[in-house]
Ligand binder design. Structure first.
Ligand SMILES: CC(=O)N[C@H]1[C@@H](OP(=O)(O)OP(=O)(O)OC[C@H]2O[C@@H](n3ccc(=O)[nH]c3=O)[C@H](O)[C@@H]2O)O[C@H](CO)[C@H](O)[C@@H]1O
Ligand SMILES: [Mn+2]
Length: 338
C-alpha cells in the first residue's frame, strides 16, 4: 500500500504560517518503506518575490548560441550566460532551502577532504544553508582536521565501513547515500549534491544546479558520438546500453536532486549492482555505468550540468567554457587506491 499522511507541522524561519509535514510511504525493493519529506510551502501559498531589476530576456536573441541549452525532453543544460543568479537566489531563499553536499573520504582519499571543503566554503551555495556530509572510515582522524565552516553551514561526519577494492568503495556510495537519505537527509535537507572528493571548487556553484534530479555531462564525452560513449555494452549486465541508444554520457562523480529522487536513484543503482554481483558481472565503469543506465531508461534528468561544473585539472580550457567551476584533481590512481 502506498499513501501520504500528514504527520506533523513545521514553521519555516521566514514565515508565520505552519505547514504540514507529510509522511510518504513508498515501495522499494518489494518492502514497505516510510520516508518523511518536508512539503514544499509554495504548493500551499503564493509568495511574492521581492522587486529585482534586470534586462529583459530577448526571444530572438538567445544568450548562448554556441552550446546546447536544452535537452530533447526540455531539461535545461546549465551554462554561464543562461541564468540570472539573483532571480534564482530569491526563489530558493523564499523556500528557505537547505542543501546537503555528500562526499566520501575513505582510506587515503581523506587527503582530498580539506581542499574540497575549504574551496566549497568560498564557492558552493554561498548564502544558503548547507550541510556537508562526509562519509568516512576514519572519523577520529577527520575530526582532528582544522576545518571551520561559516554560519548557516554544518560539517557532519558519518562513519561508514570501508571496502578492500576501490571499485567497491566507489559503488557502495549508492547504498550509503540511499540509507542516509532515508535515515537522516530527509529530515535535514531538501536537496542533495553528491560529488567525488578528489575535487576543488574554483568558481561559483549555486542554486542554478538544483532540480528534482540532475546529472552532469562528463568532461571527456560531451562532444563524442554514442558509439564512443563508454557505456556498459554486455547485455548480461543491468547497466547495458546498446550502441544505438543513449542521450549523454553522465559523470559518476556529480549528481543530485531532491532527497526522494536521490533515494530512488541510489536505491535503483545499488540493486542493479547487487544483481550483477550475483551474476558475477561488474559494469565497466562501476557506479557510473549504472547511473547512465538509470538516466537513460528510468528517469531522465530534469536538469543537466554543463562541463563548467566538472572539468579536469589537466584539460586546459575551451572557448565555450566561460567558467570552470569544479575541477577534478589529477591524481596517481595506483598510489591513492592502494
Ligand atoms: C569525476 C567522476 O565522474 N568520477 C567517477 C569516475 O572515476 P574517478 O577516477 O574519479 O574515481 P575515484 O578514484 O575518484 O573514486 C570515486 C570516489 O570514491 C571515493 N573513494 C574511492 C576509493 C577510496 O579508496 N576511497 C574513497 O573515498 C572518493 O570519494 C572518490 O572520489 O568513475 C568512478 C567509477 O569508476 C566513479 O563513478 C567516479 O565518481
Ligand atoms: Mn574522482
Amino acid at each position: 500500500m502506498a499513501g501520504i499522511f500528514v504527520l506533523g507541522w513545521y514553521k519555516p524561519k521566514a514565515s508565520s504560517t505552519w505547514y504540514p509535514h507529510y509522511l510518504f510511504s513508498c515501495k522499494a525493493n518489494n518492502s514497505e518503506l516510510s520516508i518523511y519529506f518536508r512539503s514544499s510551502q509554495d504548493n500551499l501559498k503564493a509568495v511574492q518575490l521581492k522587486r529585482i531589476l534586470y534586462p529583459k530576456a530577448e526571444t530572438l536573441k538567445p544568450q548562448r548560441t554556441d552550446v546546447l541549452s536544452v535537452s530533447p525532453w526540455l531539461a535545461p543544460i546549465v551554462w554561464e550566460g543562461n541564468f540570472n543568479i539573483d532571480i534564482l537566489n530569491e526563489q530558493f531563499h523564499q523556500r528557505d532551502v537547505r542543501i546537503g553536499l555528500t562526499v566520501f573520504a575513505i582510506k587515503k582519499y581523506i587527503r582530498f577532504l580539506k581542499t574540497l571543503i575549504e574551496t566549497a566554503e568560498k564557492f558552493f551555495m554561498v548564502g544558503h544553508q548547507v550541510n556537508y556530509y562526509v562519509f568516512t572510515d576514519l572519523v577520529r582522524n577527520v575530526t582532528n582536521f582544522n576545518i571551520t565552516v561559516g554560519t548557516g553551514r554544518r560539517l557532519v561526519f558519518l562513519e561508514v565501513p570501508s571496502y578492500k577494492r576501490w571499485q567497491d568503495v566507489s559503488m557502495r556510495r549508492m547504498q550509503m547515500i540511499r540509507d542516509a537519505s532515508q535515515q537522516r537527509f530527509a529530515y535535514e535537507v531538501d536537496y542533495l549534491v553528491c560529488i567525488d572528493v578528489d575535487m576543488r571548487f574554483q568558481d561559483h556553484v549555486g542554486v542554478e544546479i538544483l532540480s528534482d534530479v540532475f546529472g552532469t555531462l562528463h568532461p571527456a564525452f560531451f562532444v563524442k558520438t554514442r558509439h564512443q560513449f563508454t557505456y556498459e555494452r554486455r547485455p548480461q549486465s543491468q547497466a547495458y546500453i546498446p550502441e544505438d541508444e543513449g542521450d549523454f554520457y553522465y559523470a559518476g562523480g556529480y549528481f543530485g536532486g531532491k532527497i526522494e529522487e536521490v533515494y530512488k536513484l541510489t536505491n535503483h543503482c545499488h540493486h542493479a549492482m547487487l544483481t550483477d554481483k550475483a551474476n558475477n558481472i561488474e559494469a565497466v565503469w562501476h557506479d557510473e555505468s549504472y547511473l547512465n543506465n538509470y538516466f537513460l531508461y528510468y528517469k531522465k534528468p530534469t536538469k543537466i550540468l554543463s562541463p563548467e561544473y566538472l572539468w579536469n585539472e589537466r584539460d586546459g580550457t575551451a572557448h565555450y567554457l566561460r567558467k570552470r567551476r569544479l575541477i577534478a584533481l589529477h591524481k596517481n590512481p595506483d598510489e591513492v587506491r592502494n
